[in-house]
Design a protein around this ligand. Structure first.
Ligand SMILES: [Fe+2]
Length: 275
């Protein structure tokens, strides 16, 4: 089974650039690449920063962009989103009892849990007691789970980025759930950092996906400034079979030529070698 993980599309009011790029064109290109090469995917999951500044017009552009996508799309919010405006444009979107855009579904016996880690007008993530209670009930009620969220819920070794991770006061309860249910959480996937970072935290594998727009440079010592530029964008293809997960990073915007190389693997010889 394939799951497409896209993040940080940062749609604007159409016509407005974002970081010198056209985010609508980039997102359309990513969707076109998925349609061409991965139409057999089970879901497209977009882990937040759906828009750059949360305007109604930007969400309407998103709604239009995914209206003819054949693969079911799941939407999460990020720190650049506006929950009220999102729900105004997607009024039928599921929310939890407290109005957060927390939702979940079961696919092939695995609970796919989509989290809302957004706080009011802050770039840091929030996941307080009411949201923890919702997540705990989801985890308690399943035997296998896979989490998707926008913010990294723990430090990722990038001091500047870590200032806008899940806030310190909300990390312990989240980590306690990861630890308690490490044997049933297959993976957690996030965006936010605009960079591919992979590892294992509290026994649970995790992966963050690049943005479809600008990327951040993973600076392991910078304390204050987030650094980034127009490096190669990508989305992920998660191929999941039982307990096994493969993650391929797809550089969908590459417009250079691709070489083709033979598969005569036994022919180990340098071509046109000098005499
Ligand atoms: Fe972002």
């Amino acid at each position: 089974m394939k799951i497409i993980h896209i993040s940080d599309i940062h749609l604007t009011i159409p016509g407005e650039p974002m970081g010198g790029l056209n985010p609508h064109a980039r997102f359309a290109k990513a969707l076109a690449d998925v349609a061409e090469n991965h139409s057999d995917a089970t879901r497209i999951i977009i882990t937040g920063d759906l828009t750059h500044w949360g305007e109604i017009e930007a969400y309407e552009a998103l709604k239009q962009a995914i209206s003819d996508v054949d693969v079911p799309v799941r939407l999460l919010l990020g720190n650049h989103d506006n929950r009220g405006n999102f729900l105004a444009v997607f009024p039928d979107h599921p929310v939890d009892a407290n109005g957060y855009v927390n939702h979940a579904e079961t696919i092939d016996g695995v609970r796919y849990i989509y989290l809302d880690t957004v706080g009011d007008q802050t770039h840091a993530g929030h996941f307080g007691a009411d949201r923890i209670e919702w997540l705990a009930s989801q985890l308690a009620g399943c035997t296998r789970a896979r989490l998707f969220l926008h913010h990294n819920p723990m430090p990722i070794g990038l001091p500047a980025e870590d200032q806008i991770a899940l806030v310190d006061q909300d990390q312990p309860a989240f980590h306690a759930l990861l630890s308690e249910y490490a044997d049933r959480i297959e993976y957690f996937h996030f965006g936010h950092v605009h960079a591919p970072i992979h590892g294992i935290f509290l026994g649970v594998p995790f992966a963050s996906v690049p943005s479809t727009g600008n990327q951040s440079y993973p600076d392991l010592s910078e304390q204050t400034w987030l650094k980034g530029g127009a490096m190669e964008p990508a989305y992920f293809v998660l191929t999941i079979h039982g307990d096994n997960t493969l993650i391929h990073q797809i550089p969908f915007a590459w417009e250079g030529e691709l070489g083709q190389y033979g598969t005569q693997w036994e022919d180990w010889a340098k071509e046109d070698a000098a005499p």
